[in-house]
Design a protein around this ligand. Structure first.
Ligand code: AGP
Length: 608
């Protein structure tokens, strides 16, 4: 995923572009660039690596003009070099692009190859538009002629020399929003976050829209036409702007971990507080469904894996959980009376979105669980559940995972009731448990100091194992993912009972083995697995509650025990996630890695 921004009407536009890019840097940080149009000439600066490199250059050599575009890149086609950095420019056109032009090779073949200065898919759009302008088309006619030739997804911000007062935005398959600023300043960006504190209102472009931002006026057209359409402008809440800063924290990730009691509470208020629990839920598809397919990527996939345990045990609904990039290609058997649920923080992950479109085509009832209410995945399904986690800027997902889990837990209870698997009283008990979560998570966060003290032990560690059983197994997978992502230590999650079938060969006196062991029905089982590790001198770090700690007896001497609050087994996955996040965070902080923007990653991956 890349971040794009465009601004029209700002004196010193290049610095405002940099400020917008700073807010979007979480979307990609392989290279960055800005371009302005002034006196019928493009002025451009680009730099490899993080935005700070570009900022240094622009500070020394500011770009003139009041209209400009900028880009922060997560490399897909072509390496993270300066020549592949956006904006790309031709004779008459300069543009920035987020998305993929799937038929770029075919289109490229139609041009004189010496025109191309980069290996990107995006540059071909420049030359297509340029070619029409050369033929005498105006910018609108060039757009109309170009768009039908493009296959794939794109959000584009474009400058045309023959329309020097106009900033053009085009979107299909990738999001683009318009910000209405003060004194006629207009903004285009991949997300509202880029301009939230400069603008009072926002307009979300719809699929296939293109727009002209000129002299303080916005005109929107649909599907390449030149007939204006109306899209609503919505006020931007002060809360969004305040989420842009780290406050007292060193990293967004830690801030977001610590925000969990509050965002869990916000999410609960929408789902579990009122009498009318999940009232908007159409009953039929869920009540009668023969099965549920859950499809997602990364952390969201692990949330789906936890939900499988819940739905099957409590609602007796058979669930298949798929990694989105595998799902379509394995030709899944989807009974006509089944439902599908797509989980995605961003709601823009290409693999998940493609999976949802594939499922819709099969006429299966599709729901999504997203954090971004205006995302494509929210717009394209039959039913949307939202998490109220607020913006998540740290690339590693934290608060969005636990809020996903809380919605999935509430949904499980509701579906179980609908299907007659639990009584109203039983559901009320689950509701009561859910409502205790913010307090339990708050208490769990107090373990931070001991995890920070534990972190130096990981200094020379090459690999770590995470073990869990039941619904704690996906939490082990998520814990291992967190450690990998931000500390670059190889880590694997296993179902503890599976250890003896192979991974036990990895155990020696150097490998930390993180064990998630609440004192529940599986406690004795996991303890046997722990003994297998201890017998081979594995370094066990065991997370349990007071009852578990007591039950360990002398075994506790051979390991490090971290005590968490007592929680019912239904909700243990949420509470036990928190120390996994904190452990990964403090190991990474100790190692000094780039926690909020780990190498090679982007916040959401909008390419397949
Ligand atoms: C998690 O820490 C990662 N950032 C990643 O695995 C992420 O969960 C995955 O890319 C899916 O993103 P989504 O939830 O926005 O679809």
């Amino acid at each position: 995923m890349c971040g794009i921004v465009g601004i029209n009407g700002a004196p010193d536009v290049c610095f405002d572009l940099l400020a917008g890019l700073k807010r979007l840097e979480y979307r990609g940080y392989d290279s960055a660039g800005v371009a302005t149009l002034f006196n019928k000439e493009f002025h451009r600066q680009r730099a490899e690596g993080k935005l700070i490199n570009l900022e240094r250059i622009v500070k020394e050599h500011p770009l003139p003009g009041i209209i400009g575009i900028g880009h922060t890149r997560w490399a897909t086609h072509g390496g993270p070099t300066t020549s592949n950095a956006h904006p790309h420019q031709g004779q008459y056109v300069a543009l920035v692009h987020n998305g993929i032009i799937e038929n770029h090779r075919e289109l490229r073949a139609g041009f004189d190859q010496t025109l191309f200065q980069s290996e990107t898919d995006s540059e071909v759009v420049v030359h297509l538009l340029d070619a029409y302008i050369k033929k005498g088309y105006d910018h609108a006619a060039a757009i109309q002629a170009t768009l039908p030739q493009l296959k794939g997804s794109y959000a584009l911000a474009v400058l045309f020399k023959n329309a020097p007062d106009t900033l053009v935005g085009i979107c299909r398959g990738s999001p683009l929003v318009i910000g209405h600023g003060k004194e006629g300043r207009l903004f285009l960006a991949s997300d509202i976050f880029a301009f939230a504190d400069y603008c009072e209102s926002v307009t979300y472009l719809e699929e296939g829209d293109w727009t002209e931002l000129k002299n303080g006026t916005v005109t929107i057209y649909s599907h390449g036409s030149t007939h204006p359409v109306t899209r609503p402008s919505l006020p931007i809440s002060a809360d969004i702007a305040s989420q842009a800063t780290k406050g007292l924290y060193r990293h967004f990730m830690l801030k977001e971990i610590m925000e969990q009691p509050e965002v869990l509470q916000n999410t609960l208020e929408k789902y579990a507080h009122s009498e009318a629990w999940l009232t908007k839920m159409p009953t039929n598809p869920w009540k009668k469904a023969s099965g549920l397919s859950i499809v997602a990527c990364g952390t969201s996939f692990y949330a789906g894996c936890v939900a499988k345990y819940w739905f099957e045990e409590i609602a007796r609904l058979p669930v298949a959980v798929d990694i989105a990039s595998e799902y379509r290609y394995r030709h899944p058997a989807l009974p006509a009376d089944s439902c599908a649920l797509f989980i995605s923080q961003s709601g823009e992950t290409a693999d998940t979105l493609a999976a949802a479109r594939f499922t819709k085509q099969k006429k299966i009832y599709c729901a999504s669980l997203v954090n971004v209410a205006e995302s494509s995945l929210a717009r394209e399904v039959d039913q949307v559940f939202q998490t109220y986690a607020g913006f998540e800027i740290g690339v590693a997902s934290t608060k969005t995972f636990t809020t996903q889990l809380i919605v999935l837990a509430a949904l499980t209870a509701e579906v179980a009731l609908l299907r007659g698997e639990i009584s109203a009283e039983e559901r009320a008990t689950l509701q009561k448990d859910l409502l205790m979560l913010p307090r339990l998570v708050e208490e769990t966060l107090k373990i931070q100091g001991s995890l920070q003290r534990l972190a130096p032990q990981f200094e020379r560690v090459k690999a770590a194992l995470y073990l869990g059983r039941g619904a704690l197994y996906p939490v082990a997978l998520e814990g291992a993912l967190k450690l990998k992502e931000i500390s670059y230590i190889h880590a694997e999650g296993y179902a503890a009972g599976e250890l003896k079938h192979g991974p036990i060969a990895l155990i020696d006196d150097k490998i930390p083995v993180v064990v998630l062991a609440p004192h529940d029905v599986l406690f004795e089982k996991i303890l046997s697995n722990v003994q297998e590790v201890l017998a081979r001198k594995g370094q066990v770090i065991l997370f349990t509650d007071n009852d578990g700690a007591r039950a360990l007896n002398t075994l506790a001497e051979g390991m490090q025990v971290c005590i968490l609050p007592k929680v019912c087994s239904f909700l243990a996955p949420i509470v036990y996630t928190v120390p996994m996040q904190l452990l990964a965070y403090h190991v990474a902080a100790f190692k000094g890695t780039d926690i909020d923007q780990p190498r090679n990653l982007a916040k959401s991956v909008t390419v397949e």
